[in-house]
Design a protein around this ligand. Sequence first.
Ligand code: NIG
Ligand code: FE
Length: 418
Amino acid sequence: MSESLAVINCSQLVTLSGPARPRVGPELRQLAVVEDGGMVVRDGHIAEVGSQSEIERLIDKDCEVVDAGGRVVLPGFVDAHAHPVFAGTRANEFEERSQGATYQEIAVRGGGIQATVNLTRAATLDELVASGKRHAEWFIRSGTTTIEAKSGYGLTVEDELKILRAIKRLDEETPLRYVPTFLGAHSIPAEYKSRREEYVSLIIDEMLPRIASEKLAEYCDVFCEASVFTTEESRRILSAARGHGLGLRIHADQLSLSGGAKLAAELSSVTADHLEHTDTAGIAALKSAGVQPVLLPGSVYALGSSRYPPAREMIDAGLAVVLATDFNPGSSPTPAMPMILSLASTQMKMTPAESITAATINAAYSLNRGDKIGSLERGKIADFVIHDCDDYRDLAYFFGIEHPWQVYAGGRRVFARS
Ligand code: NIG
Ligand code: FE
């Protein structure tokens, strides 16, 4: 007998059903909401979506009924940019930054990413899995059911493999779904500072072949920035990654206009992420190459900057915008997508509907999972969240509170507020 579940009494069932591709322009505002809706789930997948009366007719005696109590139901958020596996924290740097030190100053003197690298190298696989589980719980209780997970705090062959193996275990051992990305090019590690060329060769000649042959990553990312990896180094690394069958993502134009967006377009990268400094020419290049921008306002906010990426210009240009948390211990210590929705509305002038599309179906397409997750449509995996409000706009409007009331992954309840 198949396991079935009926979700009833949803003030708004926000389905995001629509064309089988990422949403652009005015489509970002079309959430395909079913007022007073419901949904039937069978064997972990969505079997029916409809009005309350249609769904009630389908309830049989074997069906578990979940009464949403007039709340809003959304697909689980899909977080397409996160760095969730690391050891320790950087609360000390956070405190220094509160007193005026800058992220770059701290990085130059050996803090920043390198500080987390030192702690992560010293941690065992089991320790990384244990702290990763704590982070997974944070994502789940914020209403996120899938995340992209980058390595990048190891920066040796063995330590990068260790992080990617931790991500694999977290995918198997937690309810959260993980899409692994290799980010060996996150920083030039301290021991290679005077011979950066050798580190680039280590990535290309040793890390990438191992990771590809062990199938530990689906994507490769590079922190492309004049002070980190130059566009030429980024081009070499990403071209090699593509040769191993990996999809491409790029940290682009975060701290300066370094040509990252243009490189993303040149290489037909799947995404270009950050883009705080991207100009009109960069936006046009992304559009003509079909690259999805992944905007990360949490890192702008947490770095105390006011330079948010030009989201409106991107939407007007027809880009399939994605929003993500950039969860990491330095520039963006939040796993909470509702906070990102709030920032998108207040700082980037995106409507709540546009933000929700960017954090669900568009994010799913950017991870090559648009056919499986990101909307509530027949045949998709039943990853959904009952939020404790009756108007979806409240998710962006009321900030700093936990909206999820119950979270489901594959039709199974994985979080319930007590
Ligand atoms: O996306 N930009 C590079 N990487 C991260 C920061 C990581 C860190 O500070 O630990 C980011 O902002
Ligand atoms: Fe990042």
